[in-house]
Each structure stands twice: as structure tokens, then as C-alpha cells.
Design a protein around this ligand. Sequence first.
Ligand SMILES: Nc1nc2c(ncn2[C@@H]2O[C@H](COP(=O)(O)OP(=O)(O)O)[C@@H](O)[C@H]2O)c(=O)[nH]1
Ligand SMILES: [Mg+2]
Length: 274
Amino acid sequence: MHVSSHSSSNRQSYNIAVVGSGGIGKSAITIRFIQSRFTDEYDPTIEDSYRKQLTVDNAKYTIDILDTAGQEEYYMMREQYMRNCDGFLLVYSISSMQSYDELLNFYHQILRVKEVEYIPIVVIGNKSDLESERQVSFKEGEQMGCNISGPFFETSAKYGLNIDVAFQSLVRLLRDNGGEYNKTNDIENAASSVSSSCINEEMIDAKINNSHIKEIDVCSSESSSSQKKVIQGGSSQKLENKSAMGIRKRQQQSQNSNDGSSSSSSSDNCCVIC
Ligand SMILES: Nc1nc2c(ncn2[C@@H]2O[C@H](COP(=O)(O)OP(=O)(O)O)[C@@H](O)[C@H]2O)c(=O)[nH]1
Ligand SMILES: [Mg+2]
């Protein structure tokens, strides 16, 4: 169920930041999405920006993705990219309760910096393959999505699970100014879509019994298609004082004409509107 009845943006390009604590897989998610591969190199100091073209619901979009790094500890330094970005992937690791707890700090800072009540955000619980190390339940992830009015996905950058649908979901939010997640969009509609209990318990039970990466509520997602990419090295941009923060920076660009869904599972996705 994607939303088209709300105010739609005519924009065809958006700036997105991948945000969260260090070591939770921001770079792995971004590289999986851009390059359809998994990297287990971990360099917390590299900040990259990427460009990718993707098609969502038959419309083409260019998205600039900032894979943030190092700013986790530099509260003030985050403000610049927050101001510049239209939408955010807020990421924690299911194997780190601390990274989960820190998400609300990021969220509140984004709202404060942008001075708005709603901002297009998708919540991601990454490393869903690390079941034996799980510290954050699926339900807690959904609760976080409810708290910040955003769709929630558990992903595995390692296995390419739910990565593409998470990005597509964010593009739809940007296009629809949040759709049903933005309660200020359409008061009547929003009121009727708000359920008294934040999470549908039946859905959760089905989810838990099944697996952590299958859908609990249906968002449309697109079928896979083959993907051609050109990755180009580039110059650094955007962040100032990066040397003071020990951040190394690259820029990569991916031009393609697909819907960005080739690398992940076919249609596993989940969103809860609460
Ligand atoms: N098992 C598993 N490991 C992951 C996953 N995503 C990232 N990692 C690993 O976690 C470490 C940190 O990832 P990275 O993307 O550099 O984290 P960042 O600091 O948030 O950018 C690396 O060793 C990655 O290989 C995942 O989905 N599953
Ligand atoms: Mg990183």
C-alpha cells in the first residue's frame, strides 16, 4: 500500500542521509544498495556520498546518499548534513541496544535542526542475520517506527535483505510528503488510519512466528530487474572540518536506470502505520 492521495512533491531529486551510531552498518547498507555487494571492511572514519538513479512507481528519481561517519560523537557537526538532507534512513543494529537507544537522539536533533514537525524517515534495524546476537526485538523496532512516524524494516546488508525496499520506501515518503505517516498531510485520512493500539498485534505475532524479514503489513514494492552501474571516483564535498573529525571522504556516483531492487530479496518488506 503506497500512498498517492496526499500532497505529492514534483521533485525528481532528493538528498538522503544514512544516520546512526558507528559500526551498525551504514556503509554496508549504502554499498549494498549502490554496488550490490557486501563489504566487511570497517572504517568508521570514511564518509561517502553517492548518487543513484532509480525508478519508483514508474517515475525516475535521482538520489544523493550521504553515508555519514564520525559525526556520531560530534553533535554539533551533524547539523550541517541534517539541514541539507530531505530524508533520512535512521539505522540501528539489532545486535546493539545502545545503537537503538541512540536513534531518538538523532531523530530529535533532525526535527530541531529542520524546524519541522514531520520529516521523511525510514527506521532500519540492520544485521538481521545476527539472530543469535539479537538485543533489540522486532517489536521494539516497530515501536521505534511508531514513535517517529516512519516505516520500519529489518535489513541485512550482508545478505541484501530489505535494503532496496527501504530506500524505495523513503523515496515514496519524500514524493508524498510522508503520505499517511505525516499526520499533517490529510487530517481526515490520517485520523481514520490511526489505530488505537500502535501496533497490530496479529501482524506482529505472524511476523515473529514467521521470520524477522517477512512482511507484516503490505507496502508495495517493485519487482527486480537487472542493474547496470558505473561507479566513478570523485571529489569530496559538503562536510567542513572533516579533518578535525578524522573523517575521510569520498564521493561515488552510480548512474543506472533501474528500480534499485536487484540486490535484495524480492519483496520482503514491512511497514506499520500507527
Ligand atoms: N553480519 C552482518 N554484519 C554487518 C552487516 N552490516 C554491516 N556489517 C558489519 O558491521 C561492521 C560495521 O559496518 P559499517 O557499514 O562499516 O558500519 P558503519 O560504521 O555504521 O558505517 C562491518 O564489519 C560490516 O561488515 C549485516 O547486515 N550483517
Ligand atoms: Mg561507515
